[in-house]
Design a protein around this ligand. Structure first.
Ligand code: LAN
Length: 749
């Protein structure tokens, strides 16, 4: 269906004209890339700074007057970052890192008969070429080094690649390249195929890979463990009913069970026949498929199956041989209904990039390519596709709009930058975005679709995507209160609406006092023994996270100062119980393990802020003091902090080879929230971050900042602006106060 495409051997320079790409920002936070074909179009819609920055082209932004102190450095940082704010008030950004998403986009589109524009295909190919491992040519689970492997190969930048190639990454991305039209003889394919074969070939791909390859008809359905849709017909009271699973796992397995139930397979064609030969080390037609169900390469294995899960699969495989057609049909109808409800609840964005493509295939299977569903899915597919300097990728979500906006808004207010005349217009725009971005109703399909309430909430990306996230609601609420407290900003969101968001936050507390990500913890911990995914940890149920809990504590603490009468008893009890959870979650060494950012510096910053808001600080709380001492023990000679993504995998501090600007800011902010009384560590941190600031006020991209499911890294490139601005501005006033106190001869506390 996609014709073959000839691309250069080197991916160093773009395969399309980068001067013709534009980021369209519309509908309150949607951002999509468009290629202008003619000179007239290009003239009518000129490229702006945002386009140029994210494409990696020179921005032409001026050199700024060198900063004399931390506040001026923060001001310079914001003077730069302001230019990246879109007209609707949010800061668009790239959200890449995972290397298993683009193949889903490509395979899912291919089997659904949904094409790509030629320029999109070329840039996706280039992205995959740039992300191939510089030595073996394969791909891993995620990208750690945000500089392209190509730049590394050419030694344009000194660094090294930490990730290793896996069967999951290599087989899927190889397949994606071939589907996109690259010939099997192209050097990038030859090299990757060699690595895939060395790793044992596609038979040893983890279960999600087996699934994608089965959909494409290059792996046999008999080589998959069963994914019976009947699970969704079981009584909801059962402790393992899917509505109790973590929402991402549930929303991936709903369409998966549909596609498994109907054994969806693309019709054979030349490419498929050829891939059957390329992906394996043995003859495709002689493979013993049932024997491959639990065959997962060592290079991929992170969460091995439990014996319970393996036993269950034996039983389910027997059931597959004698499943009752009417029951199967009823189950397929049930999961299809859930798929449709999810599409409609989210404006066809769906919860995330994996369910997006599975839902699309299911809808096309059921309703065809002429359907409205196909059209709407096609339109929103663009929201996940991002063109970066290295080519076109599939993002972890349809953006991180709320998240990025919330941090920079709070930073600007807390540092006093909001008082600077020149900075006001941006803040009004940010508030306008928050106003339009708040969810004002519960989902259209609510309990029936197993959804949690959304009224008053903010999600991670846009209102359209429509999912409450506990900490996003917390950060959204804080930002609104901060901004609306400024005299120069109009009040756009009523107190009533703020109260709705508090209602949502209060509805999310778990019996142990902690907060999870999207919903309450609905299932027992032992469900993790049924984790089928092999490559991710802690995915079966919601868990309580220090980061989510702390965002809620800080939001509620700030809210009650603003509106003291609203549900004051409930808020008090909720905060007290949440602090109890936080105390328990502290590691004996003094830090908190981050699950969404890397790693201890991230979670500890949120934790000391929460403690401070309930009056616990370095001088009166052992928790706060231990946190400071822990961080101080990790500060390096150069004044910075640097921890590897492996800290998240192993839940213990593991040094990164270099100190990191973003982590240094998190650690320094943690110390300041705790009221750390000694200036030297902070002064050293400030020097490091100022020293790495560029003349236009920006900072360079360093190591990847985020993580999920223990084992996958994900990029938050806007953090390198918001946190340095925040930390430097805060440190300026903080250090000034410390100096005043010591010159008055007073002890710091
Ligand atoms: C995210 C990104 C944001 C993140 C925070 C708000 C930072 C966090 O505090 C709560 C959890 C949340 C919302 C989160 C959950 C898992 C996501 C959606 C992601 C890490 C981005 C991508 C990831 C998603 C699961 C990727 C698709 C992969 C699957 C395994 C389905």
């Amino acid at each position: 269906m996609y014709n073959s495409i000839s691309v250069p051997e080197s991916s160093k320079t773009p395969f399309t004209d980068y001067a013709r790409w534009r980021l369209l920002v519309n509908d309150n936070g949607r951002h999509t890339w468009h290629y202008l074909k003619t000179d007239e179009e290009a003239q009518e819609w000129p490229q702006n700074t945002i386009d140029r920055f994210w494409l990696g082209l020179p921005t032409g932004l001026p050199k700024l007057k060198p900063a004399k102190d931390a506040f001026e450095a923060a001001q310079n940082g914001y003077a730069f970052y302001k230019n990246l704010q879109a007209h609707d008030g949010h800061w668009p950004g790239e959200y890449g890192g995972p290397m298993f998403l683009l193949p889903g986009l490509v395979i899912g589109s291919y089997v659904s008969g949904m094409g790509f524009k030629d320029e999109e295909r070329r840039e996706m190919i280039r992205y995959l070429m740039n992300r191939a491992h510089p030595e073996d040519g394969g791909w891993g689970m995620y990208v750690l080094d945000l500089h392209s492997a190509c730049a590394l190969r050419l030694r344009l930048i000194p660094s090294h690649v930490e990730g290793h190639s896996t069967v999951f990454g290599t087989a899927l991305n190889y397949t994606a390249l071939r589907v996109l039209g690259v010939s099997a003889d192209h050097p990038v394919c030859v090299k990757a195929r060699g690595t895939l074969h060395k790793l044992g070939g596609a038979c040893a791909i983890p279960s999600w890979g087996k699934f994608w390859l089965s959909i494409l008809n290059v792996y046999d359905w008999a080589g998959n463990n069963p994914v019976p849709p009947e699970l969704f017909l079981l009584p909801t009271q059962l402790p393992f009913h899917p509505h109790r699973w973590w929402i991402h796992t549930r929303n991936v397995y709903i369409p998966m069970s549909y596609l498994y139930g109907v054994r969806f397979s693309a019709p054979e064609n030349e490419l498929i026949l050829s891939l059957r030969e390329e992906l394996y080390t043995q003859n495709f037609y002689s493979i013993d498929w049932p024997a491959q169900r639990n065959n997962v390469s060592e290079a991929d294995l992170y969460a091995p199956h439990s014996t319970l899960f393996d036993t269950l699969n034996v039983a389910l495989s027997c059931y597959e041989l004698c499943s009752l057609p009417p029951l199967r049909q009823a189950a397929i109808r049930k999961v299809y209904e859930l798929i449709v409800m999810e599409d409609e609840n989210t404006g066809y964005q769906t919860l995330g990039p994996v369910s997006k493509m599975f839902n699309l295939i299911a809808r096309v299977h059921h309703e065809g390519r002429e359907s409205e569903a196909f059209k709407l899915h096609a339109e929103k597919r663009a929201d996940f596709m991002w063109l970066g300097a290295e080519g076109m990728m599939m993002c972890g979500t349809n953006g991180s709009q709320l998240w990025d906006l919330a941090f920079i808004s709070q930073a600007v207010v807390e540092t006093g930058l909001a008082e600077v005349e020149d900075n006001r217009a941006e803040l009004v725009k940010a508030l306008e975005w928050l106003e339009k971005g708040q969810m004002l109703e519960n989902p259209k399909h609510f309990e029936k679709a197993f959804r949690h309430r959304t009224k008053g909430a903010w999600g991670f990306s846009t209102k359209e995507q429509g999912y409450t996230v506990s900490d996003c609601t917390g950060e959204g609420l804080k930002s609104v209160i901060y901004l609306q407290n400024l005299k120069t900003v109009p009040k756009l969101i009523s107190d009533e609406r703020l109260c709705w968001s508090v209602d949502t936050l209060l509805s999310l507390q778990n019996p142990n006092g902690g907060f999870a990500s999207y919903e309450l913890v609905r299932g027992p911990y032992w469900l993790e023994w049924l984790n089928p995914a092999e490559v991710f940890g802690d995915i079966m149920t919601e868990f309580c996270y220090p980061e989510c809990t702390t965002s809620v504590i800080t939001a509620l603490s700030i809210f009650r100062k603003h509106i003291p009468d609203y549900r004051s008893k409930d808020i008090e009890t909720t905060i007290r119980r949440a602090i109890g959870y936080l105390h328990k979650a502290q590691k004996p060494e003094g830090g908190w393990v981050g699950s969404w950012g890397i790693c201890f510096t991230y979670a500890t910053m949120f934790a000391t802020e929460s403690l401070a808001l309930v009056g616990e600080n370095y001088s009166n709380s052992l928790y706060s003091k231990r946190a400071c001492e822990f961080l101080i023990s990790k500060q390096r000679e150069d004044g910075g902090w640097g921890e590897s993504y492996k800290s998240c995998e192993k839940a213990t501090w593991i040094e990164h080879k270099d100190s990191q600007v973003v982590q240094t800011c998190w650690a320094a902010m943690a110390l300041m929230y705790a009221g750390y009384p000694y200036p030297e560590p902070l002064e050293k941190a400030v020097r490091l971050v100022m020293g790495r600031q560029r003349t236009d006020g920006s900072w360079a991209q360093e190591a990847i900042e985020g993580v999920f499911n223990k084992n996958c890294a994900i990029a938050y490139p806007n953090f390198k602006f918001s946190f340095p601005i925040w930390m430097l501005g805060k440190a300026h006033w903080y250090l000034q106060k410390l100096r005043e106190k010591s010159s008055n001869g007073k002890a710091p506390h």
